[in-house]
Design a binder for this molecule. Sequence first.
Ligand code: C5P
Length: 393
Amino acid sequence: MTHRPLHLLLGVTGGIAAYKTAELIRLLVKHGHSVQVVMTEAATHFITPTTLQALSGNPVFVDSWDQRISNGMPHIELSRKADAILIAPASADFIAKLAHGFANDLLSTLCLARECPLMVAPAMNRQMWENAATQRNVTQLQQDGITILGPDSGEQACGEIGQGRMLEPEDLLEGIEAFFTPKLFAGKKILITAGATMEMLDPVRGITNISSGKMGYALARVALRMGAEVTVVHGHTYAACPSVTQDIFAGSAQAMYQTVMQHVASQDIFIGVAAVADYRPEVSSTQKIKKSEETLTINLIKNKDILADVASLPNPPYCVGFAAETEHVLDYAQQKRVAKRIPMIVANHASTAMGSDQNTVTIIDEQGNHSLETDTKENIAYKLLSYINTKVT
Ligand code: C5P
């Protein structure tokens, strides 16, 4: 399974958050989805159809009587091509219309006539959101099988602070991706380590590995979409940790070891993606080391192997390791799988994997080697997790 390109019908209604739909369309298109925009007349007062046409690459529709649809039925034609309709922003007025089945403009008619799923991202002032009528209408939409994305809380355009902000475009994209991902891991708990540990020499210097955290975070994001309860223990990364069930920072190998051991007991799957430093300085100076000497000798001692120790627990989760190598990639990875006594290891070449949004990996398990085509780390995550799923169910 990989990320599936979708045909989305994006309905924009009249609210100040309509300006964010420009960014949302850009993101959706960047992720391979196609977007057909339909706006209410009120929405055109906040952002122009020309802007959204340019970003989506498709003509924007507002009017039920638009002559560009040859059979004169845009409310049927436009939604039949869509995998889903997303209303973002959804005003209080539009939510009320949906709750009651009104069909007095193109967008509301289209929603009533749809065959595909409908997702709604409310955006309004906090009082409008908290109003009993709006809450009643939202409950009605949920009962009608409509998915509600958000809203968020925080600062509002009117200057007030509270619930009612539209979710950010990245979160809306995540909501859509999650909606279309089969829940392979429903009821399962997955613990993932990501990023690099830093072994401090003194308060300002340390020994580390190069790791962006992107592969571990992609696995966490996709595992969450697949319905898992996801805990991420991360070191230093160059990427933002996705909104998972629980994320914990553990900067050093020792901190990561302790954190993993504290959380591993109830896990079904453990995936060690973090680049954990093999050694740490025997002594970490409490003050900054001065450059008084010509040479400096640092004594290094070995860190404990988190993955090997998790795998040797009495009732271990299904353990998956990663091996980034610069030579003899498959041989070294297989040796690690055996040495750490783990059922599966994912081999990748350090030079192509590090920091990149793409990866080329080979899964090695008791059945042999299984190479995956070069792909985005997100698609690799889909494939790896789908494969892991066949081992744990
Ligand atoms: O032995 P090596 O570091 O090359 O193995 C890589 C794999 O082992 C990765 O999955 C990494 O997260 C894990 N590892 C670990 N604890 C260590 C070193 C590596 O869990 N101390």
